[in-house]
Write a protein that binds this ligand. Sequence first.
Ligand SMILES: [Zn+2]
Ligand SMILES: [Zn+2]
Length: 158
Amino acid sequence: MATPAVTALADQIGAAVTDAVRLHTQIGHHQGITPHQLSTPHPWLTRQVHTLVDTLRTGNGRLCPHIGPAPLVLYGAAWAPGHLVCPRCIAALRPDDTEDSTCDRCRRPATPIYAGMAQSGLLLLAYGLCRRCARRTGLGPTNLTHTRSTDSSTPNYR
Ligand SMILES: [Zn+2]
Ligand SMILES: [Zn+2]
């Protein structure tokens, strides 16, 4: 069973999810962070957050010791469902070498992996996608899609 604090946390994240996963932030390796506004909630990202909330609700989640009833920014990863950490404990989410080269959507090994991060309320969710999945979901670097970006702050993903 989940503790009351974890249940409250799951509720908060759940509420944020119904608010939609709109703000999508793409992170290039060593290239800083660029927020990217999606016009509609992204189905794959929303599903990842639902999985996380479900895991917390059923008491199978894992939280770093600093997460209490007054939540701060929380970090999660698509490759570690139910595992949430505070900003100080991000290293605990670091994927091992195998996971680091596995696509979070199709679960196939791939190089390169396109790393991204989505925000939903207080939750920041990291993920890594292969080229095919990045293109299919539209979550990859902008040069994978055919949409033109006029945002000059978009980093170059080459
Ligand atoms: Zn922590
Ligand atoms: Zn894939």
